[in-house]
Design a protein around this ligand. Sequence first.
Ligand SMILES: Cc1cc2nc3c(=O)[nH]c(=O)nc-3n(C[C@H](O)[C@H](O)[C@H](O)COP(=O)(O)OP(=O)(O)OC[C@H]3O[C@@H](n4cnc5c(N)ncnc54)[C@H](O)[C@@H]3O)c2cc1C
Length: 542
Amino acid sequence: MTSAPSPAAAAAQPGETFDAIVVGAGFAGLYMLHRLRALGLRTRVFEAGSGPGGTWYWNRYPGARCDVPSMEYSYQFSDELQQEWNWSERYATQPEILRYVHHVADRFDLWPDIQFDTRVTAAHFDEARGRWIVRLDTGTEITARFCVMATGCLSSANIPDIPGREDFRGPTYHTGHWPHEGVDFTGQRVGIIGTGSSALQSIPLIAAQAAHLTVFQRTPTYAVPARNAPLDPADVARIKAHYPEIRARNWQEPFGVDFHQRSESAHAVSAEEREREFEKRWQEGTLGFLAAFSDLLIDPQANDYAAEFIRRKIRSIVKDPATAGKLLPKQVVGCKRLCLDTQYYETFNRPNVTLVDVSETPIACITPDGLKVGDTGYTFDRLVFATGFDAMTGALDKIDIRGRGGLALKEKWRAGPRTYLGLATAGFPNLFTVSGPGSPSVLSNMLPTIEQHVNWIADCIGYLETHRQRLIEARTEAEDAWVDHVNEVAGMTLYPRCNSWYLGANIPGKPRIFMPYIGVPPYVEKCRQVAANGYEGFALSA
Ligand SMILES: Cc1cc2nc3c(=O)[nH]c(=O)nc-3n(C[C@H](O)[C@H](O)[C@H](O)COP(=O)(O)OP(=O)(O)OC[C@H]3O[C@@H](n4cnc5c(N)ncnc54)[C@H](O)[C@@H]3O)c2cc1C
């Protein structure tokens, strides 16, 4: 039953005390609030945006949609919720996902404990009181015993520091901060910088509307057709009838979603069989293309079979051989996020689309009416930055977080993020990160893994309450061992082989550390064991 929406929280008062504060009202913050309230904790969520939804509040660019099937990219903590909500498409659009977010906020009456339009600027641990002093951009300071950073892995937009950025006369947009009223590109000449996931989703739609679109590409992207379609009611009914088994099976999958992972090596089958398997997955339209064989992300030759399959597809789709040549990715497939597309490569057959390769000659500067690559000028009326995010650590870096002895988190993480399980970091008691670096996060179906983190944090806080413990803090030895393990696992794969945002390579000066943990099942098991052993690797104090 959905009750009428309640008003959002009134502004926190100076000196107000909370049991817990949560930063961010995306999927993580919303569920965290629900769990903490159920524990009887006085909780307040602070959200910089004017509404809930996080990623799905901010990313309103044309074509924005999930690329994990909607029926699996949804909460599972409430069976009533998953039974009553009806997704309309295989891969839901941003507006539909945002409607789902609002439905969740209404259904669980979350609004009264969320304060919107409020950015947390600082969180300092007061050792004497064992509490966090949290500063808001309103100037107000409040305190809380627990601080949960649900700030998002992909929430800190990255705009490259290209000279002349302020000189451009027309409107500019970042895909991650898209205007709520939408943008009409009709009759406009548009430039777009970037060819990652958001660019791939938006380029076909912008091209269909604009007079002309110029795409500036540094690294070509591998994409598999999404083959999005309305959901068949019979399939929906079948999934809903079997949700518990489907969800349980997904927890055994490397990415927490059913990609039909095959256990054979790509070398164990004939060339014809490999081709058949890749073609089948290409026709199915799923990120599970990379689950076609067990070693596609481990063995360079196996990976190249998959890469070459996609390159052949690109050559067959794009009519102009020179343009097709520029679109062919050379890197390992999968070490940058594989994308799902709808008519992306086909868009380069349109007469109103130009592809400019800026890999060798980079963008020199932005000018009042366009930009320059080397000495060549390009003119347009509007400029879109599809340049992604300062992933995983960007949103945390923007907050002045200080733990014991006034140590700044940014300082502690200067050579790369260090966490225990991606959930906590030594020296910062009672501070938790949802989808933090060192957890599967961006290498998983994120809604289930967000829920797993939130459940772990809530259970941990519940444990502290029942065992009359005031503080919990990761031990340095446990953290060091975990960081080594994360690196060791990554080192066994091809993931660290290219300049991806998983490694921080898209941000100048950011240390190159592979941030996510690879493998949902062993990770979940480790978290379970840690909790079952009385929070092994953590120090608890009364
Ligand atoms: C375009 C796009 C498509 C995606 N598609 C998929 C997909 O198909 N499948 C998948 O698994 N994942 C996908 N993701 C990843 C997606 O980010 C996660 O699935 C999920 O939505 C993250 O939820 P979250 O609550 O952790 O973070 P977010 O949704 O990022 O929410 C974090 C919130 O914290 C707020 N915040 C940050 N700092 C502060 C501060 N200091 N003070 C106050 N508020 C703050 C932000 O404003 C934001 O609203 C996609 C990401 C993008 C960008």
